[in-house]
Design a protein around this ligand. Structure first.
Ligand SMILES: C[S@@+](CC[C@H](N)C(=O)[O-])C[C@H]1O[C@@H](n2cnc3c(N)ncnc32)[C@H](O)[C@@H]1O
Length: 217
């Protein structure tokens, strides 16, 4: 693991802590990819994954990356704001014999830092834009690092969900926590990819998630 430090990192360490990482790890070990993770992995695989590089922003324990490495991706890079996933992620990579093809960076915010993060063929963000205040900046930076495709998920921006996120944020505030959730406007996020030279292929449903896939036009 390579460690860096972005302002605001502590709020992610607090919200996505060792307990959260253990839950993801346990679930993945028992059941494999979730439905939405599978849809994302399949979307990348349909673009051609053999011999390609993958950059995942906020990839947690790296379940999607493991799947893509098993399907022939040559390398993966994971950027995470929380350091809580690293031991579980390393163990999964070691057990699969895939560690040498995976790079993991902690505390690296692609949207704000001038970083040594290489361009990759495919860039993935799953359940991440809703945890980040400036989705447009994060997606613009992601697109700038994508040679071929960007696949990202976001929650549907429905009124019940807006109420839920508002209530959850109020609870965070009352508890003195810095972390907040966000329901960004889907059109603004899709337009960001278009402005960066990508064509939006489709937006599919996977439970509460919408998975948008775009390729460099
Ligand atoms: C809900 S978790 C999802 C983790 C994983 N993608 C999954 O689906 O299991 C959101 C993650 O996004 C990370 N995150 C949010 N903004 C980020 C950013 N700008 N760069 C890297 N990671 C980020 C958080 O640290 C957190 O681990």
């Amino acid at each position: 693991m390579e460690q860096c430090c972005s302002p605001g990192q502590s709020r992610y360490d607090e919200a996505f802590d060792a307990r959260f990482a253990r839950q993801l790890d346990r679930r993945y070990r028992r059941k494999g990819l979730t439905g939405s993770e599978r849809r994302i992995a399949e979307r990348i695989e349909s673009e051609g994954v053999e011999g390609t590089s993958v950059l995942e922003v906020g990839g947690g324990i790296g379940a999607i990356q493991l799947e893509l490495l098993r399907h022939g991706a040559s390398s993966t890079t994971n950027l995470e704001m929380s350091g809580a996933y690293e031991s579980a992620a390393r163990a999964l990579l070691d057990e699969a014999g895939l560690s040498s093809r995976a790079r993991r960076l902690v505390g690296v915010d692609l949207a704000t830092a001038d970083l040594d993060v290489s361009v990759a063929d495919h860039v993935v963000l799953h359940r991440v834009v809703c945890c980040y205040p400036d989705a447009v900046a994060l997606l613009a930076a992601s697109a700038a690092h994508a040679r071929r495709t960007v696949v990202f998920s976001h929650p549907a921006r429905t009124w019940p969900r807006r109420a839920l996120v508002g209530a959850a944020n109020l609870m965070m505030r009352l508890r003195g926590k810095e972390y907040r959730g966000y329901l960004h406007r889907p059109d603004a996020m899709y337009d960001t990819l278009r402005s960066a030279g990508f064509a939006l292929d489709d937006v599919i449903r996977a439970g509460p998630w919408r998975i948008a896939a775009a390729h460099r036009a």
